[in-house]
Design a protein. Structure first.
Length: 146
Protein backbone atom coordinates (compact mmCIF):
# COMPACT_ATOMS: atom_id res chain seq x y z
CA UNK A 1 0.00 0.00 0.00
CA UNK A 2 2.86 2.34 0.87
CA UNK A 3 4.50 1.64 -2.53
CA UNK A 4 1.29 2.52 -4.39
CA UNK A 5 1.00 5.79 -2.47
CA UNK A 6 4.65 6.69 -3.11
CA UNK A 7 4.39 5.77 -6.80
CA UNK A 8 1.24 7.87 -7.20
CA UNK A 9 2.78 10.80 -5.38
CA UNK A 10 5.95 10.58 -7.46
CA UNK A 11 3.90 10.40 -10.67
CA UNK A 12 1.92 13.50 -9.71
CA UNK A 13 5.11 15.36 -8.87
CA UNK A 14 6.70 14.47 -12.22
CA UNK A 15 3.56 15.50 -14.13
CA UNK A 16 3.37 18.83 -12.35
CA UNK A 17 7.02 19.60 -13.09
CA UNK A 18 6.72 18.54 -16.74
CA UNK A 19 3.55 20.57 -17.12
CA UNK A 20 5.34 23.78 -16.25
CA UNK A 21 7.35 25.66 -18.81
CA UNK A 22 9.68 28.62 -18.73
CA UNK A 23 7.41 30.13 -21.37
CA UNK A 24 4.34 30.02 -19.11
CA UNK A 25 3.36 33.60 -18.38
CA UNK A 26 0.96 34.89 -15.78
CA UNK A 27 -0.57 38.32 -15.97
CA UNK A 28 0.62 41.26 -13.88
CA UNK A 29 -1.18 40.92 -10.56
CA UNK A 30 -2.60 44.10 -9.10
CA UNK A 31 -1.38 46.51 -11.78
CA UNK A 32 -3.84 49.10 -13.02
CA UNK A 33 -4.26 50.82 -16.38
CA UNK A 34 -3.38 54.13 -14.70
CA UNK A 35 -0.09 52.69 -13.42
CA UNK A 36 0.74 51.33 -16.88
CA UNK A 37 -0.03 54.74 -18.41
CA UNK A 38 2.29 56.49 -15.96
CA UNK A 39 5.14 54.06 -16.58
CA UNK A 40 4.91 53.67 -20.35
CA UNK A 41 4.61 57.40 -21.13
CA UNK A 42 7.88 58.22 -19.39
CA UNK A 43 10.87 58.09 -21.71
CA UNK A 44 11.67 56.06 -24.80
CA UNK A 45 11.46 52.30 -25.22
CA UNK A 46 13.18 49.69 -27.34
CA UNK A 47 11.75 46.34 -28.43
CA UNK A 48 14.01 43.77 -26.80
CA UNK A 49 11.96 40.74 -27.73
CA UNK A 50 9.18 39.98 -30.16
CA UNK A 51 8.11 36.47 -31.02
CA UNK A 52 5.18 35.65 -33.27
CA UNK A 53 3.89 32.12 -32.75
CA UNK A 54 7.29 31.11 -31.35
CA UNK A 55 9.33 32.68 -34.17
CA UNK A 56 11.79 35.40 -33.10
CA UNK A 57 11.06 38.58 -35.05
CA UNK A 58 12.88 41.01 -32.74
CA UNK A 59 15.26 42.17 -35.47
CA UNK A 60 12.32 43.74 -37.36
CA UNK A 61 12.26 46.46 -34.70
CA UNK A 62 15.97 46.80 -33.87
CA UNK A 63 16.34 50.22 -35.51
CA UNK A 64 13.28 51.79 -33.84
CA UNK A 65 12.74 53.71 -30.63
CA UNK A 66 9.16 53.85 -29.32
CA UNK A 67 7.50 56.72 -27.48
CA UNK A 68 4.02 56.41 -25.97
CA UNK A 69 2.38 59.82 -25.51
CA UNK A 70 -0.25 60.42 -22.81
CA UNK A 71 -2.59 61.51 -25.62
CA UNK A 72 -2.51 58.05 -27.23
CA UNK A 73 0.04 58.60 -30.01
CA UNK A 74 2.62 55.85 -30.47
CA UNK A 75 5.72 56.98 -32.37
CA UNK A 76 8.25 54.50 -33.70
CA UNK A 77 11.27 56.59 -34.69
CA UNK A 78 13.95 55.04 -36.84
CA UNK A 79 15.09 54.96 -40.45
CA UNK A 80 11.47 55.62 -41.30
CA UNK A 81 9.06 56.92 -38.70
CA UNK A 82 5.80 55.14 -38.05
CA UNK A 83 2.90 56.74 -36.23
CA UNK A 84 0.29 54.66 -34.49
CA UNK A 85 -2.09 54.80 -31.57
CA UNK A 86 -2.29 53.12 -28.19
CA UNK A 87 -4.26 53.28 -24.97
CA UNK A 88 -4.78 51.11 -21.96
CA UNK A 89 -7.85 49.81 -20.24
CA UNK A 90 -8.88 47.05 -17.90
CA UNK A 91 -10.87 44.05 -19.11
CA UNK A 92 -11.81 41.21 -16.76
CA UNK A 93 -9.02 42.19 -14.37
CA UNK A 94 -6.33 42.39 -17.08
CA UNK A 95 -4.70 45.56 -18.35
CA UNK A 96 -5.05 45.64 -22.14
CA UNK A 97 -3.03 47.84 -24.49
CA UNK A 98 -4.49 48.04 -27.99
CA UNK A 99 -1.75 49.08 -30.43
CA UNK A 100 -2.61 50.18 -33.97
CA UNK A 101 -0.43 51.19 -36.89
CA UNK A 102 -3.18 51.73 -39.48
CA UNK A 103 -0.92 52.76 -42.37
CA UNK A 104 1.17 49.56 -42.20
CA UNK A 105 0.21 46.72 -44.52
CA UNK A 106 2.20 43.46 -44.69
CA UNK A 107 5.02 44.74 -42.52
CA UNK A 108 6.32 44.34 -38.99
CA UNK A 109 4.10 47.07 -37.60
CA UNK A 110 1.00 45.35 -38.92
CA UNK A 111 2.10 42.31 -36.90
CA UNK A 112 2.07 44.26 -33.62
CA UNK A 113 -1.26 45.94 -34.39
CA UNK A 114 -3.10 43.90 -31.77
CA UNK A 115 -4.73 44.06 -28.36
CA UNK A 116 -1.94 43.19 -25.93
CA UNK A 117 -2.40 41.96 -22.35
CA UNK A 118 0.16 43.26 -19.85
CA UNK A 119 2.21 40.45 -18.30
CA UNK A 120 4.62 42.65 -16.37
CA UNK A 121 5.13 46.38 -16.14
CA UNK A 122 7.98 48.04 -14.26
CA UNK A 123 9.80 51.33 -14.70
CA UNK A 124 12.35 49.49 -16.86
CA UNK A 125 10.44 46.75 -18.69
CA UNK A 126 6.99 46.07 -20.13
CA UNK A 127 6.07 42.56 -21.26
CA UNK A 128 2.97 41.98 -23.36
CA UNK A 129 1.10 38.95 -24.67
CA UNK A 130 -1.42 38.53 -27.49
CA UNK A 131 -3.43 35.36 -27.97
CA UNK A 132 -5.04 34.96 -31.38
CA UNK A 133 -8.78 34.43 -31.28
CA UNK A 134 -8.52 32.53 -34.58
CA UNK A 135 -6.08 29.76 -33.70
CA UNK A 136 -4.93 30.38 -30.12
CA UNK A 137 -1.37 31.20 -31.20
CA UNK A 138 0.63 33.40 -28.83
CA UNK A 139 2.77 36.45 -29.60
CA UNK A 140 5.05 37.98 -26.97
CA UNK A 141 6.39 41.56 -27.07
CA UNK A 142 8.84 43.14 -24.63
CA UNK A 143 9.92 46.76 -24.36
CA UNK A 144 12.79 48.02 -22.24
CA UNK A 145 13.39 51.62 -21.28
CA UNK A 146 16.33 53.26 -22.99
Amino acid sequence: MKNIFCTTLLSLLILSVLGCSKDDKTFAPGITAAQVNTIITEGSWKVTSYSATGIDETSSFSSFTFSFSPEGVLLAAGVRAKVGTWNSSTDKGLVIIPVAFPSEINGPFEAITEDWSVLTCTNLKVELKHTSEDDGSIDLLSFEKM
